[in-house]
Design a protein around this ligand. Sequence first.
Ligand code: BG6
Ligand code: MG
Length: 224
Amino acid sequence: MIQGVIFDLDGVIVDTAKYHFLAWKRLAAELGFDFTEEHNERLKGVSRMASLEILLSVGGIQHLSDAEKQQLAEKKNRWYVAYIEEITPSEILPGFLPLLDFLKNHQVKVAVGSASKNARTILTRLQLLDRFDALVDGNRITEAKPDPQVFMLAADELDVPYHACVVVEDAESGIEAARRAGMKCIGIGSPAILGKADIVVQSLDQINFNELLNLTDSIKSMSS
Ligand code: BG6
Ligand code: MG
């Protein structure tokens, strides 16, 4: 049986990806180019500064100094933080709270493993902060997904062996990070993007809880 579940935050527990997108799109508009949802897909799971680099490459903008890049990232973050200050528990994605209750009832430990430096603010707004046994966020890691550091640190804090952990992720980079950590992985979203996950479902409420409990023993199809 599994012993720990590590949830990504953005796009898994709450749809903050749409707020990241709005803020990046606004920055791109200010810089004079369009930034589409398709472009935004490349930013999922990616750290703030790495996201900025991708955005600048989309706009063909080169030769900015580190200080200028820092200013742009801070500007984007101010807009993003203004959005997330409005978040309420009603935005917790369907299926998450029942899954959390189920895992607690089965003595499975739970953590958040997120690239975001705003994770604590978001979890506080969602009134979820005290529901997790560990929180590893963008302030605590030196290597971004697909590096496995964030999930390994979370598992260490849960005191659960990596092979007994399951990661729940919506980003390709996060699936890769889970695999490199030696963990099983459930992808939330499109099989075309998340095909390397052990199981892919469209949304959290499609997860078969009992199959999840046994995921480290055997891989079965959870999709309906
Ligand atoms: C990840 C998001 O969870 O966090 C990325 O998927 C985001 O889109 C990254 O860039 C960093 O977030 P923040 O809040 O530290 O800018
Ligand atoms: Mg995510």
